[in-house]
Design a protein around this ligand. Structure first.
Ligand code: HXC
Length: 261
Protein backbone atom coordinates (compact mmCIF):
# COMPACT_ATOMS: atom_id res chain seq x y z
CA UNK A 1 0.00 0.00 0.00
CA UNK A 2 1.30 3.48 -0.81
CA UNK A 3 0.88 6.30 1.66
CA UNK A 4 1.28 10.08 1.28
CA UNK A 5 2.52 10.90 4.77
CA UNK A 6 4.15 7.79 6.16
CA UNK A 7 6.37 4.93 5.00
CA UNK A 8 5.86 1.34 6.08
CA UNK A 9 8.84 -0.82 5.23
CA UNK A 10 10.20 -4.23 6.17
CA UNK A 11 13.97 -3.75 6.24
CA UNK A 12 14.42 -7.38 7.33
CA UNK A 13 12.15 -10.38 7.70
CA UNK A 14 9.67 -9.81 10.52
CA UNK A 15 10.95 -6.29 11.26
CA UNK A 16 8.63 -3.43 10.35
CA UNK A 17 9.72 0.21 10.21
CA UNK A 18 7.02 2.89 10.25
CA UNK A 19 8.36 6.39 9.45
CA UNK A 20 6.26 9.52 9.71
CA UNK A 21 7.29 11.19 6.47
CA UNK A 22 6.53 14.92 6.45
CA UNK A 23 10.04 16.26 7.10
CA UNK A 24 9.23 19.76 5.77
CA UNK A 25 6.92 20.30 8.74
CA UNK A 26 9.06 18.25 11.13
CA UNK A 27 6.70 15.27 10.66
CA UNK A 28 3.75 17.07 12.27
CA UNK A 29 0.70 14.83 12.60
CA UNK A 30 -2.34 15.92 10.63
CA UNK A 31 -5.54 13.87 10.53
CA UNK A 32 -4.55 12.19 7.27
CA UNK A 33 -1.22 11.08 8.70
CA UNK A 34 -2.90 9.65 11.80
CA UNK A 35 -5.36 7.81 9.56
CA UNK A 36 -2.51 6.34 7.48
CA UNK A 37 -0.80 5.25 10.69
CA UNK A 38 -3.97 3.41 11.69
CA UNK A 39 -3.91 1.47 8.43
CA UNK A 40 -0.18 0.68 8.80
CA UNK A 41 -0.69 -0.55 12.37
CA UNK A 42 -3.47 -2.83 11.12
CA UNK A 43 -1.11 -4.25 8.47
CA UNK A 44 1.44 -5.12 11.15
CA UNK A 45 -1.28 -6.50 13.41
CA UNK A 46 -2.61 -8.76 10.64
CA UNK A 47 0.84 -10.19 9.78
CA UNK A 48 1.48 -13.26 11.89
CA UNK A 49 5.11 -13.20 10.77
CA UNK A 50 5.60 -9.73 12.27
CA UNK A 51 8.10 -9.80 15.14
CA UNK A 52 8.73 -6.15 16.03
CA UNK A 53 7.78 -2.63 14.93
CA UNK A 54 10.13 0.36 14.94
CA UNK A 55 8.55 3.82 14.73
CA UNK A 56 10.59 6.83 13.64
CA UNK A 57 10.48 10.18 11.85
CA UNK A 58 11.89 10.95 8.40
CA UNK A 59 14.76 13.41 8.08
CA UNK A 60 17.45 14.33 10.55
CA UNK A 61 15.72 16.96 12.61
CA UNK A 62 12.59 15.51 14.06
CA UNK A 63 10.86 12.37 15.26
CA UNK A 64 7.53 14.23 15.30
CA UNK A 65 7.18 17.89 16.37
CA UNK A 66 3.56 17.44 17.43
CA UNK A 67 0.07 17.64 16.06
CA UNK A 68 -0.15 19.80 12.92
CA UNK A 69 -0.68 23.27 14.36
CA UNK A 70 -1.68 24.76 10.99
CA UNK A 71 -4.44 22.18 10.65
CA UNK A 72 -5.60 22.48 14.28
CA UNK A 73 -5.61 26.30 14.28
CA UNK A 74 -9.16 26.72 12.89
CA UNK A 75 -10.86 23.75 14.58
CA UNK A 76 -13.94 24.28 16.71
CA UNK A 77 -14.40 22.30 19.91
CA UNK A 78 -16.19 19.27 18.48
CA UNK A 79 -13.71 18.96 15.59
CA UNK A 80 -10.88 19.14 18.15
CA UNK A 81 -12.57 16.36 20.12
CA UNK A 82 -12.84 14.22 16.97
CA UNK A 83 -9.12 14.76 16.23
CA UNK A 84 -8.17 13.93 19.82
CA UNK A 85 -10.29 10.78 19.79
CA UNK A 86 -8.83 9.70 16.45
CA UNK A 87 -5.31 10.07 17.90
CA UNK A 88 -6.23 8.28 21.13
CA UNK A 89 -7.74 5.38 19.20
CA UNK A 90 -4.77 5.00 16.86
CA UNK A 91 -2.16 5.28 19.62
CA UNK A 92 -4.07 2.75 21.70
CA UNK A 93 -4.04 0.33 18.75
CA UNK A 94 -0.27 0.88 18.52
CA UNK A 95 0.11 0.24 22.25
CA UNK A 96 -1.98 -2.91 21.97
CA UNK A 97 -0.07 -4.41 19.04
CA UNK A 98 0.92 -7.96 19.98
CA UNK A 99 4.55 -7.46 18.95
CA UNK A 100 7.02 -5.21 20.80
CA UNK A 101 7.20 -1.65 19.47
CA UNK A 102 10.13 0.73 19.84
CA UNK A 103 10.11 4.48 19.22
CA UNK A 104 13.40 5.43 17.55
CA UNK A 105 13.59 9.12 18.40
CA UNK A 106 15.98 11.01 16.17
CA UNK A 107 15.21 14.65 17.03
CA UNK A 108 12.30 16.81 18.20
CA UNK A 109 9.73 14.66 19.98
CA UNK A 110 7.10 17.14 21.07
CA UNK A 111 3.40 17.17 21.89
CA UNK A 112 1.67 14.53 19.76
CA UNK A 113 5.15 13.24 18.88
CA UNK A 114 5.96 12.50 22.50
CA UNK A 115 2.52 10.93 22.82
CA UNK A 116 3.30 8.71 19.82
CA UNK A 117 6.66 7.72 21.32
CA UNK A 118 5.04 6.87 24.65
CA UNK A 119 2.47 4.65 22.93
CA UNK A 120 5.42 2.48 21.90
CA UNK A 121 6.73 -0.05 24.42
CA UNK A 122 9.99 1.79 24.90
CA UNK A 123 12.04 4.64 23.51
CA UNK A 124 15.55 4.60 22.08
CA UNK A 125 16.84 8.13 21.46
CA UNK A 126 19.63 9.93 19.70
CA UNK A 127 21.80 12.33 21.69
CA UNK A 128 20.06 15.11 19.73
CA UNK A 129 16.56 14.16 20.81
CA UNK A 130 14.40 16.71 22.62
CA UNK A 131 11.22 15.66 24.43
CA UNK A 132 8.35 17.76 25.68
CA UNK A 133 4.66 18.52 25.91
CA UNK A 134 4.63 22.18 24.88
CA UNK A 135 0.87 22.42 24.28
CA UNK A 136 0.35 25.08 26.98
CA UNK A 137 2.46 27.44 24.82
CA UNK A 138 -0.40 27.20 22.32
CA UNK A 139 -3.18 27.53 24.90
CA UNK A 140 -4.19 23.87 24.77
CA UNK A 141 -3.64 20.67 26.74
CA UNK A 142 -2.15 17.45 25.36
CA UNK A 143 -4.82 15.54 23.41
CA UNK A 144 -3.32 12.24 22.25
CA UNK A 145 -2.88 10.75 25.73
CA UNK A 146 -0.01 12.84 27.11
CA UNK A 147 -1.66 13.71 30.41
CA UNK A 148 -2.11 9.99 31.07
CA UNK A 149 0.87 8.20 29.52
CA UNK A 150 3.48 10.74 30.65
CA UNK A 151 2.16 10.44 34.20
CA UNK A 152 2.39 6.66 34.05
CA UNK A 153 5.95 6.83 32.67
CA UNK A 154 7.56 9.53 34.79
CA UNK A 155 5.21 9.97 37.76
CA UNK A 156 2.67 12.64 38.63
CA UNK A 157 5.07 15.35 39.82
CA UNK A 158 7.36 15.30 36.77
CA UNK A 159 4.40 14.99 34.38
CA UNK A 160 2.67 18.02 35.90
CA UNK A 161 5.95 19.96 35.82
CA UNK A 162 6.62 19.15 32.16
CA UNK A 163 3.06 19.69 30.98
CA UNK A 164 2.36 22.92 32.88
CA UNK A 165 5.71 24.59 32.13
CA UNK A 166 6.08 23.21 28.59
CA UNK A 167 9.77 22.67 29.43
CA UNK A 168 11.66 20.53 26.96
CA UNK A 169 13.86 17.72 28.22
CA UNK A 170 17.06 16.64 26.45
CA UNK A 171 17.97 12.99 25.92
CA UNK A 172 20.13 12.55 29.04
CA UNK A 173 17.46 13.99 31.34
CA UNK A 174 14.87 11.89 29.53
CA UNK A 175 16.85 8.81 30.60
CA UNK A 176 17.14 10.05 34.17
CA UNK A 177 13.36 10.48 34.51
CA UNK A 178 12.61 7.09 32.95
CA UNK A 179 11.11 8.37 29.70
CA UNK A 180 13.88 6.89 27.52
CA UNK A 181 15.64 3.53 27.89
CA UNK A 182 18.87 4.26 25.97
CA UNK A 183 20.64 7.13 24.19
CA UNK A 184 23.03 6.71 21.24
CA UNK A 185 25.04 9.01 19.00
CA UNK A 186 22.64 10.16 16.26
CA UNK A 187 24.46 8.35 13.45
CA UNK A 188 24.31 5.01 15.31
CA UNK A 189 20.70 5.16 16.45
CA UNK A 190 18.98 3.25 13.63
CA UNK A 191 21.69 0.57 13.54
CA UNK A 192 21.27 0.05 17.28
CA UNK A 193 17.48 -0.11 16.89
CA UNK A 194 17.80 -2.72 14.15
CA UNK A 195 20.16 -4.74 16.37
CA UNK A 196 17.56 -4.80 19.13
CA UNK A 197 14.85 -5.65 16.59
CA UNK A 198 16.94 -8.58 15.31
CA UNK A 199 17.46 -9.81 18.87
CA UNK A 200 13.71 -9.82 19.49
CA UNK A 201 12.97 -11.38 16.07
CA UNK A 202 15.26 -14.31 16.92
CA UNK A 203 13.41 -15.24 20.14
CA UNK A 204 10.41 -17.53 20.48
CA UNK A 205 7.71 -15.41 18.77
CA UNK A 206 4.76 -16.68 20.79
CA UNK A 207 6.62 -16.20 24.07
CA UNK A 208 7.57 -12.63 23.11
CA UNK A 209 3.94 -11.75 22.34
CA UNK A 210 2.61 -13.43 25.48
CA UNK A 211 5.23 -11.78 27.69
CA UNK A 212 4.27 -8.33 26.36
CA UNK A 213 0.59 -9.09 26.91
CA UNK A 214 1.16 -10.29 30.48
CA UNK A 215 3.13 -7.14 31.34
CA UNK A 216 0.61 -4.78 29.75
CA UNK A 217 -2.51 -6.42 31.16
CA UNK A 218 -0.93 -7.28 34.49
CA UNK A 219 0.02 -3.73 35.38
CA UNK A 220 -3.67 -2.82 35.68
CA UNK A 221 -4.45 -5.82 37.95
CA UNK A 222 -3.87 -6.69 41.59
CA UNK A 223 -0.75 -8.83 42.10
CA UNK A 224 -2.61 -12.11 42.69
CA UNK A 225 -4.70 -11.79 39.50
CA UNK A 226 -1.62 -10.71 37.56
CA UNK A 227 0.29 -13.70 38.93
CA UNK A 228 -2.52 -15.99 37.76
CA UNK A 229 -2.35 -14.36 34.32
CA UNK A 230 1.39 -15.02 34.27
CA UNK A 231 1.01 -18.69 35.15
CA UNK A 232 -1.64 -19.04 32.43
CA UNK A 233 0.52 -17.51 29.69
CA UNK A 234 3.47 -19.58 30.96
CA UNK A 235 1.35 -22.74 30.67
CA UNK A 236 0.15 -21.70 27.22
CA UNK A 237 3.78 -21.62 26.04
CA UNK A 238 3.90 -25.38 26.73
CA UNK A 239 1.22 -25.87 24.07
CA UNK A 240 3.61 -24.48 21.42
CA UNK A 241 6.19 -26.29 19.32
CA UNK A 242 8.48 -23.33 20.06
CA UNK A 243 8.70 -24.37 23.72
CA UNK A 244 9.64 -27.95 22.73
CA UNK A 245 12.17 -26.61 20.21
CA UNK A 246 13.63 -23.99 22.58
CA UNK A 247 14.18 -26.40 25.46
CA UNK A 248 15.32 -29.29 23.23
CA UNK A 249 17.82 -26.99 21.49
CA UNK A 250 19.23 -25.95 24.89
CA UNK A 251 19.62 -29.56 26.00
CA UNK A 252 21.18 -30.50 22.65
CA UNK A 253 23.50 -27.44 22.84
CA UNK A 254 22.34 -25.94 19.53
CA UNK A 255 20.55 -22.78 18.44
CA UNK A 256 16.76 -22.99 18.48
CA UNK A 257 14.88 -22.72 15.18
CA UNK A 258 11.57 -21.16 16.22
CA UNK A 259 8.51 -21.30 13.97
CA UNK A 260 6.15 -19.04 15.89
CA UNK A 261 3.63 -21.78 16.60
C1 HXC B 1 2.84 22.26 12.00
C2 HXC B 1 5.10 22.56 12.21
C3 HXC B 1 5.09 22.00 13.50
C4 HXC B 1 3.83 21.55 14.00
C5 HXC B 1 7.11 22.57 13.04
N1 HXC B 1 6.38 22.90 11.96
N2 HXC B 1 6.35 22.02 13.99
N3 HXC B 1 3.99 22.69 11.46
N4 HXC B 1 2.75 21.71 13.21
N5 HXC B 1 3.71 20.96 15.21
C6 HXC B 1 6.86 23.52 10.72
C7 HXC B 1 7.20 24.99 10.90
O1 HXC B 1 6.03 25.78 10.81
C8 HXC B 1 8.15 25.22 9.75
O2 HXC B 1 7.40 25.37 8.57
C9 HXC B 1 8.89 23.88 9.67
O3 HXC B 1 8.07 22.92 10.32
C10 HXC B 1 10.23 23.92 10.39
O4 HXC B 1 10.01 24.38 11.72
P1 HXC B 1 10.78 25.64 12.35
O5 HXC B 1 9.93 26.14 13.46
O6 HXC B 1 11.18 26.62 11.29
O7 HXC B 1 12.10 24.93 12.91
P2 HXC B 1 12.98 25.37 14.17
O8 HXC B 1 13.14 26.85 14.20
O9 HXC B 1 14.19 24.52 14.13
O10 HXC B 1 12.10 24.96 15.45
C11 HXC B 1 11.80 23.60 15.71
C12 HXC B 1 10.68 23.51 16.79
C13 HXC B 1 9.48 24.36 16.34
C14 HXC B 1 11.25 24.00 18.13
C15 HXC B 1 10.31 22.03 16.93
O11 HXC B 1 9.12 24.01 15.00
C16 HXC B 1 8.28 24.20 17.20
O12 HXC B 1 8.21 24.73 18.31
N6 HXC B 1 7.28 23.48 16.69
C17 HXC B 1 6.01 23.29 17.38
C18 HXC B 1 6.14 22.31 18.52
C19 HXC B 1 4.83 22.16 19.27
O13 HXC B 1 4.28 23.14 19.81
N7 HXC B 1 4.28 20.96 19.28
C20 HXC B 1 3.00 20.65 19.92
C21 HXC B 1 1.87 20.86 18.95
S1 HXC B 1 0.30 20.62 19.70
P3 HXC B 1 7.79 26.50 7.48
O14 HXC B 1 6.68 26.42 6.48
O15 HXC B 1 7.88 27.77 8.23
O16 HXC B 1 9.12 26.02 6.96
C22 HXC B 1 0.12 18.94 19.75
C23 HXC B 1 -1.19 18.40 20.22
C24 HXC B 1 -1.42 17.00 19.65
O17 HXC B 1 1.01 18.20 19.48
C25 HXC B 1 -2.77 16.41 20.07
C26 HXC B 1 -3.91 16.98 19.39
C27 HXC B 1 -5.24 16.39 19.73
Amino acid sequence: MTYQNILLEQPESGIYLLSVNRPKVLNALNAETVSEMESAIRTVSDDRNARVLLVTGAGEKAFVAGGDIAEMQGLHAMQAKTFSQQGLRVLRSLEQLAVPTIAVVNGYCLGGGNELAMACDWIMASDKAVFGQPEVNLGVTPGFGGTQRLTRRVGTAMAIEMITTGRNVKAEEAIAIGLVNHVYPAEQLMDEALKVARTIAAKGPVSVRLAKEAIQRGQHMDLDSAGLLESEVFALCFATTDQKEGMTAFVEKRKAAFKGE
